[in-house]
Design a protein. Sequence first.
Length: 65
Amino acid sequence: MKTNIGTLDRILRILAGLALLGAGLYFKSWWGLVGLVPLLTAAVRFCPAYLPLGLNTCTRPKADK
């Protein structure tokens, strides 16, 4: 599985996941578990939704000249 999540994208996913989990705890709702999805994709650095869209937020390695 090739990584397709860059550093900034990963940080934003972690923050969003924690915010969703926190909101779920605060409001005592099971919907907060949706926050596990961005946390999981940030942990493995792979987003299956990016495949059909052809997205990749990883920086490309610089080519040696």
